[in-house]
Design a protein around this ligand. Structure first.
Ligand code: TYD
Ligand code: MG
Length: 460
């Protein structure tokens, strides 16, 4: 690509992709965090001239002075609705002008689809610009037609040079701009190939500056590397205002968009979509979509009431416990933290005497959901026990609760709301921390309140 032959303006430095440490020369190991092979080429930032437009993100440097906080009136940050309430939810209420949103996810999960739909929806009222470094205008047009979108006003540019993109965008003056994807861009300031961390970082930095100066809302699409991190791992997340991340299994039609970082709203908010043959459709009442409907009851399966973002979600946790041929048995988790599983198994052994040191333990959260809260502890142990003892947990039972190292069952936030949601979906029994038990009975739901792990052994 043209990036390799570009002329070099800035002086090169080497930046650690893991910790961000800078070093004047390349080395195999980062002198700061001791990571191997993490140093990548970057541009030394030129010292801004006095009064330079680039002096700071806050706008004109001359206007900056020290003030009382009370003198500063908050800017109107009312977000512009995108037309997709589930997307507005993860953005913290809509689009903010001048903000940069990074959308990450596996290839093929639906990033381009979501942004094409969003831009087409907005293009009636706002100036929008879709910049594609991956697909030709014909391919994008084909997708838009398949989605049945009316995008007469959606402007399009197929380009990968970031300097040229910014120059054209300055003329075009869009209110919302999508760059798909950041990994395909290159800047003339660097010699490394497009997609390298240095290129991604510098290209993104230029686009962030452009967004702040012009008030354009910029979406950056980012692919995920093998390790599961956005290429240019930490550095990109620090530069942007909002980081959204697609989750979900390739086999499932559901797509979750999670807020990882947001300067304008809460994190861990979840937006739920379903991929259909006409693009992404919103799932506005998603609490029960991940309940798998097997006909027969199976050991090792427990329904958890989690609360990701601001909504309760019923998900199935499955465990398989099997005699291990290994001297160091396996502890495998999908959708949960592996260290947490090891810790919970230790608590189980210490406080109930049930040992798993000769067993492989596999745990999976159905539907590709990632559980980030400790409310999964108790259902996780219930599913492990169920599989280990080959005893079925009744299908009408749900659970949530944190398990402490002393074998105590600790409460989690919003217990009543979780119980109501379970009752709404027809569950009849709930095993929950005592402190989460409601004072007033919930119709149709028997609440089994527990204080200690040992008490749950006789429940099923
Ligand atoms: P895409 O948005 O191109 O993914 P990304 O930009 O994240 O790489 O989505 C591609 C996938 O979505 C592809 O496997 C086909 C599927 N798809 C549908 O199922 N229905 C549709 O209407 C569209 C446009 C795509
Ligand atoms: Mg794409």
């Amino acid at each position: 690509m043209a990036g390799a032959g570009g002329k070099r303006n800035g002086k090169s430095i080497y930046v650690c992709t893991a910790c961000g440490a800078e070093s004047p020369k390349w080395a195999g190991q980062c002198p700061e965090c001791k990571g191997w092979n993490t140093l990548e080429e970057g541009v030394a930032s030129p010292v801004p001239a006095a009064g330079s437009r680039f002096a700071g993100y806050a706008g004109d440097a001359n206007q900056n002075r020290i003030r009382n906080l009370s003198e500063v009136s908050p800017e109107q940050r009312s977000g512009i609705a995108t037309g997709l309430p589930e997307l507005d939810r993860v953005l913290g209420g809509g689009l903010v002008s001048g903000s940069v949103v990074l959308i990450g996810g596996d290839p093929g999960i639906g990033k381009s689809t979501l942004l094409t739909q969003t831009l087409a929806g907005l293009s009636g009222d706002l100036k929008t610009l879709y910049i594609s470094g991956e697909e030709s205008p014909e391919q994008i047009s084909l997708r838009a037609r398949r989605l049945g979108l009316d995008c007469g006003h959606l402007r399009l540019l197929a380009e990968t040079g970031v300097e040229r993109i910014i120059a054209l965008a300055r003329q075009e003056q869009p209110a919302v701009m999508v760059v798909d994807s950041i990994q395909t861009l290159y800047t003339e300031q660097l010699q490394s190939a497009p997609g390298s961390v240095a290129q991604v970082r510098e290209s993104a930095a230029q686009l962030v500056r452009f967004a702040k100066q012009t008030g354009t809302t910029v979406f950056l699409v980012g692919h995920v590397t093998k390790e599961g991190a956005l290429a240019g791992p930490r550095v990109l997340e620090h530069m942007v205002d909002t980081v959204l991340y697609f989750e979900g299994e390739a086999g499932s039609q559901f797509r979750l968009v999670r807020t990882i970082k947001n300067r304008f709203g809460a994190v861990n908010e979840l937006g739920v979509f379903a991929m259909t043959d006409r693009g992404l459709r919103e799932v506005s009442n998603p609490s029960a979509i991940f309940l798998s409907r097997h006909e027969e009851e199976v050991a090792g399966s427990v329904i958890l009431v989690t609360r990701e973002g601001s909504r309760p979600l019923l998900v199935e946790v499955q465990a398989l416990v099997d005699e291990s041929p290994l001297s160091n048995p396996r502890r495998v988790t999908l959708g949960l933290e592996q260290n947490r599983l090891s810790m919970l198994l230790a608590v189980l052994h210490r406080h109930t005497g049930i040992a798993m040191f000769d067993q492989d333990v596999y745990v999976n959260v159905v539907g590709g959901v990632r559980i980030t809260e400790t409310a999964s502890d108790l259902p996780l142990l219930l599913s492990v026990l169920s599989s280990f003892r080959d005893r079925v947990v009744p299908r009408e039972l749900v659970s949530f609760g944190e398990v402490g190292l002393a074998g105590e069952i600790r409460p989690v936030p919003n217990g009543i709301e979780r119980l109501r949601e379970a009752a709404k979906h027809g569950f009849r029994r709930a095993v929950v921390p005592r402190a989460n038990a409601p004072r007033q009975a919930i119709d149709g739901l028997e609440v089994i309140a527990v204080d200690r792990l040992a008490e749950v052994l006789d429940i099923f």
